[in-house]
Ligand binder design. Structure first.
Ligand code: EPZ
Length: 422
């Protein structure tokens, strides 16, 4: 397993290009299952999760061609010949469950393995199941697989999600585009990735209104046609790289970044003493003079502070002046980066869903273990400003969500290299 070695190397300077959003691409790709005509995605990120989704779609009979070094995904689901999403693929990536709604809508049946838990939580699918059952699907759990049927097709329905689940909103939205009649989803997730999916589905002929608000309304249509759609910029990669100059000092412009993708996050950066300036090409970030100030953070569904930036924000607050309290309200076990940051000298107390961070002057490099995607990158960020060398092991977690991380950070002056192990 590869490791990444980081050495504190002073202020950063330059530009970092932001790629297409992993979490948009992972829901846009299954949308190809809704149509017999080709769906092409541009600005796609080059990530291992995208390869996993490509494998899954291919196992169902779809064709996925990766063009222009992976930035373009040309897909066709004209000849689907399998409706079973196998455990071997689904257990690697929870987002595989996003083939459930589209397959049910297109084929009238789907068998999808329950993903099982992951490092950050149990990750149940009850909200997906209830929503699809509201559309008329019959779903039962057998041998760890969800067996879903809608022999007479799906019918539009009114529903209210118990929690604004991103994945459940995406599965239900995709299924509703081909259901007969009108579907209303109340308490829908409002993430930019939902808006990006709805934009793509409209380009395919779907009739959707209200995406980005808590109430989405869909008029079902008989069929969807092909389209070409650009994947929205990755707001989590954006927020991650905005923290690099915040932690190290200097000034970095994140190309393709837009304030509206990270508004709540920018409010916290401002309170911590980090300046963010909108330019014609992205967001320019610099640490205002003096030490970063402690701030409190609570993660919430969009437009609140994103849970996917909580670990990275903690890395910043480890050396802030004062004490910060971080509340993780979305996942039940998303502080595994805390003990690893502790190995670098951070002072963090975790009690249930609350982490209290007492700022220290400086962190010290150490060998640390990556446990999940965002925890991994928070350790890289901490290592950028720590004294001495930090070795982050098990970086396969990183490769799921950050394309060419060491190149992007190296280009702005970070001392970072990947050590390939046998
Ligand atoms: C998406 O996961 C993202 N993944 C996650 O990003 C992100 O953290 C999460 O949304 C929240 O923003 C993708 O888009 C591929 P949820 P998802 O359904 O859809 C509970 C990353 O690092 N829940 O909004 O799985 C669930 O257990 C990943 O890129 C139910 O209880 O998130 C969790 O506690 C990590 N029942 C909470 O809701 C359900 O049926 C949020 O889950 C579904 C979810």
């Amino acid at each position: 397993m590869d490791s990444i070695v980081v050495r504190g190397n002073g202020p950063l300077k330059g530009q970092i290009p932001i790629a297409g959003a992993k979490n948009a691409c992972l829901t846009l790709m299954p949308a190809t299952l809704l149509s017999e005509e080709p769906l092409t995605l541009t600005n796609a990120p080059r990530l291992s999760d995208i390869k996993t989704m490509s494998e899954l779609l291919a196992s169902l009979g779809a064709e996925v061609s990766s063009l222009q070094e992976g930035k373009v995904l040309a897909m066709s689901s004209h000849d689907l010949d399998n409706h079973v999403a196998d455990y071997d693929i689904v257990r690697k990536m929870r987002a595989s469950n996003l083939v459930l709604g589209p397959m049910l809508a297109r084929l009238g049946q789907a068998v999808v393995s329950l993903p099982g838990g992951c490092a950050i939580g149990a990750r149940p699918m009850d909200l997906h199941i209830h929503g699809l059952e509201a559309l008329g699907a019959q779903i039962e759990l057998k041998d760890g697989y969800l067996h879903a049927k809608a022999p007479g097709g799906l019918k539009g329905a009114q529903m209210k999600l118990a929690f604004a689940s991103v994945g459940a909103t995406e599965n239900i939205l995709m299924a509703a585009t081909l259901a007969k009649g009108t579907t209303v989803i109340e308490n829908a997730a409002r993430e930019p990735e939902i808006v990006d999916l709805a934009t793509c589905l409209r380009a395919m002929g779907a009739q959707i209104e209200g995406d980005g608000t808590p109430r989405i309304e869909v008029q079902g249509v008989d069929r969807l046609h092909g389209a070409t759609h650009p994947v929205v910029a990755d707001r989590i990669e954006l927020g991650t790289y905005m923290l690099a100059p915040a932690i190290c000092g200097g000034e970095v412009e994140c190309l393709g970044g837009r304030i509206e993708l990270v508004a709540a996050f920018c409010e916290k950066l401002d309170a911590a003493g980090i300046s963010v300036e909108e330019t014609d090409t992205g967001l320019k970030v610099a640490r205002r003079n003096g030490r970063v100030r402690a701030v409190d953070v609570t993660t919430e569904p969009f437009p609140g502070f994103p849970t996917d930036l909580q670990a990275q924000m903690m890395a910043l607050l480890c050396t802030a002046e004062g004490t910060s309290v971080l509340e993780e309200k979305i996942f039940e076990n998303r502080f595994m980066h805390a003990p690893e940051l502790g190995r670098m000298g951070a002072s963090i107390e975790v009690h249930g869903g609350t982490a209290t961070v007492h700022g220290v002057e400086k962190l010290k490099g150490a060998p640390v273990m990556a446990t999940d995607l965002r925890a991994s990158v928070s350790l890289i960020l901490a290592g950028l400003a720590a004294e001495g060398e930090t070795v982050v092991n098990r970086v396969y977690h990183l490769d799921r969500g950050y394309e060419r991380l060491e190149e992007k950070l190296g280009n702005v002056g970070a001392q970072i290299e990947r050590v390939r192990s046998s």
